[in-house]
Design a protein around this ligand. Structure first.
Ligand code: ACO
Length: 333
């Protein structure tokens, strides 16, 4: 990965300093779904790779879960919430239409002077947030930016439709981005969209329920994520072999597998976290990053490639050197 466009000046290197995750306490296994839908554990596992998912309880809010993930990320980074300059929350399922989720999350974690912003880019929201965070750090306009992907997809799932009810889950993941020592840090990203296919995957404002043409979404997801991943590797001057870990949007293990195979990435370097989370849209990549760190797949300096695809259609890909060149100074700032 090249150091450009930062190498010419004194601009800080944006770096992921910490990661966190949180899921609701209510566990929904495939057996729970089999008990009330015409489906089977065998079908769900074979077609999607999903074994379980979490759903918010009536008494829980998404802000609580998102705040827990953010606090986890701040602790992992060894930083303080009070120093957070911006909180970017990617979600399509905020607790209310307005206000967004970010102010409630910032208040809960104790970040009184943070800029607070929600973004909606469906399953790509986290990668858009990460790119924005990197730009804020790189430009020197901020020194500490939290990026959180948080979803309560159970609120917009048609729980009577077996074709979609088995696919979605709730949860939140977050990373803290700050200036690292001069190194690879967060590289450049690529983005794309095709709004001619917007009706293939959508939810209307009234009585919102996710609707999708599964097979079409599947085909486009494989194609676009493969292409975006290839583009982002080329843009950063990195080969697929140099990538230490690969995190694709966790919608379906078969999609992840097909993209990895097309890129020539061996499966032991690939996240299949969908098994435990189902599809959590904007939360899926940070949840997978947290799991990867917990399981020892990500070490400081590991090169991680991330790619997502979702409603829009919108796709995105990015590359980051994990906690690259963190210094004691950045950790304590
Ligand atoms: N249990 C049992 N049978 C089922 C179920 C179920 N839960 N759901 C569908 N079936 C049946 C269908 O009725 C169909 O039966 P038929 O052959 O008698 O007509 C059969 O299984 C096959 O259905 P397909 O839709 O062809 O199954 P497919 O292998 O395509 O898998 C799936 C469906 C899992 C939805 C897949 O198409 C997929 O993953 N699509 C992409 C989803 C995605 O990526 N969404 C992305 C973003 S959404 C977001 O992130 C918010």
């Amino acid at each position: 990965m090249t150091a450009s466009p930062r190498s010419g000046g004194e601009r800080p290197t944006p770096t992921i300093l910490g990661v966190g995750a949180a899921v609701p306490s209510q566990l929904i296994t495939n057996a729970d779904l089999v008990a009330r839908l015409d489906t089977s554990d065998e079908w769900i596992v074979r077609r999607t790779g999903i074994r379980e998912r979490r759903h918010l309880r009536e008494t829980e809010t998404l802000a609580e879960i998102a705040a827990a993930a953010c606090t986890d990320a701040i602790i992992d980074a060894g930083c303080s919430a009070a120093g957070v300059d911006h909180l970017i929350v990617a979600t399509i399922t905020p607790d209310r239409l307005t206000p967004g989720l970010a102010p409630a999350v910032a208040a809960r974690i104790g970040a009184p002077s943070a800029g607070v912003l929600d973004i909606n880019a469906a399953c790509c929201g986290f990668l858009y947030g990460l790119d924005q965070a990197a730009a804020l750090i790189e430009s020197g306009r901020a020194r500490s930016v939290l990026v959180c992907g948080a979803e309560a997809l159970s609120r917009i799932t048609d729980h009577e439709d077996r074709a979609t009810a088995v696919l979605f889950g709730d949860g939140a993941g977050a990373v803290l981005v700050g200036p690292g020592a001069r190194g690879r840090g967060i590289g450049s990203f690529v983005f794309g969209y095709d709004d001619t296919l917007a009706d293939t995957l959508y939810a209307e404002r009234e009585g919102p329920r996710l609707r999708m043409a599964g097979q079409q979404v599947y085909r486009h997801a494989v194609h676009r994520m493969t292409e975006a991943a290839q583009e982002v590797l080329a843009a950063n001057g990195v080969s697929a072999e140099e990538v230490d870990y690969f995190v694709a949007h966790q919608a379906n293990a078969r999609i992840v597998s097909a993209v990895a195979d097309a890129l020539g990435v061996p499966h032991e370097k690939v996240s299949f976290n969908v098994e435990w989370t189902a599809n959590t849209s904007a939360a899926s990549i940070p949840l997978a990053l947290a799991a990867a760190q917990r399981e020892g797949h990500l070490q400081p300096g590991s090169l991680v490639a991330m790619v997502a695809f979702g409603a829009g259609f919108v796709w995105a890909a990015g590359l980051a050197a994990w906690k690259d060149n963190m210094t004691e100074t950045t950790r304590s700032s």
